[in-house]
Write a protein of this length. Structure first.
Length: 189
């Protein structure tokens, strides 16, 4: 019985950060989701050199090789040419940073490498080039967009204590658990 409790506790400690990667919310409340013409698109950014598999959304933590992934949740978008544009804010306006020619993303995902990314505000815009070939609730055809920012927090030292030293928290929690378990067995003896 106690062996199961230990195993369950270890599993919870190990997998808790992954379970709440998006705050444990449904897709309609996910902060990484935006819409274009009534269709749902999920934005994710990865920095494989800095944070390996960690997913980033509205805040990208460092200026490093960044891979941007757009997942087209609605299957109807797989057969429509889609144009993607990433813009960087300069002054009061957004200017082109990188763009793709219109293409069909039959896999349901678009992957872009953001080369030479710097600190600042960015906007991803997604436009459907043949909007008449799909059905939706929206009356007007428009481009959807998603804003995100890049801040090199490693340079500033404003990484929170828990983010920087999360392993200490897990080690302390595990140590407390083992101590309480050992104390319980000792009291029974």
């Amino acid at each position: 019985m106690y062996g199961r409790a230990v195993l369950c506790s270890l599993v919870i400690l190990i997998f808790t950060p992954n379970v709440f990667a998006h705050g444990g919310v449904t897709i309609d409340r996910d902060q990484c989701v935006f819409r274009t013409e009534g269709h749902t698109i999920h934005f994710t950014a990865y920095q494989p050199i800095e944070t390996q598999q960690e997913e980033h959304c509205r805040q990208i933590p460092t200026i490093s090789k960044t891979l941007m992934v757009l997942d087209f949740i609605d299957e109807s978008l797989r057969n429509i040419p889609i144009e993607i544009r990433v813009e960087r804010k300069e002054g009061e306006q957004f200017v082109d940073y990188i763009s793709t020619k219109a293409e069909r993303y039959t896999s349901g995902s678009a992957n872009l490498e953001l080369i030479g990314i710097t600190e600042g505000q960015y906007r991803v815009s997604v436009g459907l080039l043949q909007p008449e070939k799909h059905n939706h609730q929206e009356r007007r055809h428009k481009t959807g967009s998603f804003n995100f920012s890049v801040k090199d927090i490693s340079k500033r030292g404003d990484v929170g204590f828990l983010n920087k030293n999360v392993w200490v928290f897990y080690l302390a929690a595990f140590g407390l658990f083992v101590y309480l378990l050992a104390r319980k067995y000792r009291d029974k003896a």
